[in-house]
Design a binder for this molecule. Structure first.
Ligand code: THU
Length: 132
């Protein structure tokens, strides 16, 4: 199988975004995780009428992957309709630092999927709390 690149991962995140459940903010976000074995696991944000229960696309993807037995991740793509794309929130950065520390983070605006910004998880949360 051909290696999955950032373009394919962003496309998977864009497709996942269509399945977002965001009736309150209407801000749909899709995420796609790439495992070390080349599998793509996706997620989208799910909102609650009790706003604080909302879960970001990144965490939905990560929790799905982890509970599906996936352990190593090389990248995550995040797509939302926002100029420059949406950056992962602090809570998602913490979880990515714990479970996908070596991952690249690809971010794109759903209206401009070819413009992809690339970050490292370590760069997004330097000095993350990782053990006690
Ligand atoms: N959201 C995500 O899913 N990921 C992000 O990176 C930023 C924010 C969601 C949470 C909420 O459903 C909506 O976007 C507005 O904050």
């Amino acid at each position: 199988m051909a290696k999955i690149g950032k373009t394919e991962l962003i496309a998977a995140a864009a497709a996942a975004r269509e399945r977002a459940v965001a009736p309150y903010s209407k801000f749909k976000v899709g995420a796609a995780l790439l495992t070390a074995t080349g599998e793509i696991i996706t997620g989208a944000n799910v909102e609650s009428v009790s706003y604080g229960l909302t879960c970001c696309a990144e965490r939905v993807a990560l929790f799905t992957a982890l509970t599906g037995g996936k352990k190593k991740f090389t990248a995550i793509a995040v797509v939302a309709r926002l100029d420059g794309g949406a950056m992962p929130c602090g809570a998602c950065r913490q979880l990515l630092a714990e479970y996908a520390p070596a991952a690249k983070v690809f971010v794109a605006d759903s209206a401009r999927l070819k413009t992809i910004r690339t970050f490292r998880v370590q760069q997004l949360l330097p000095g993350a709390f990782a053990s006690f």
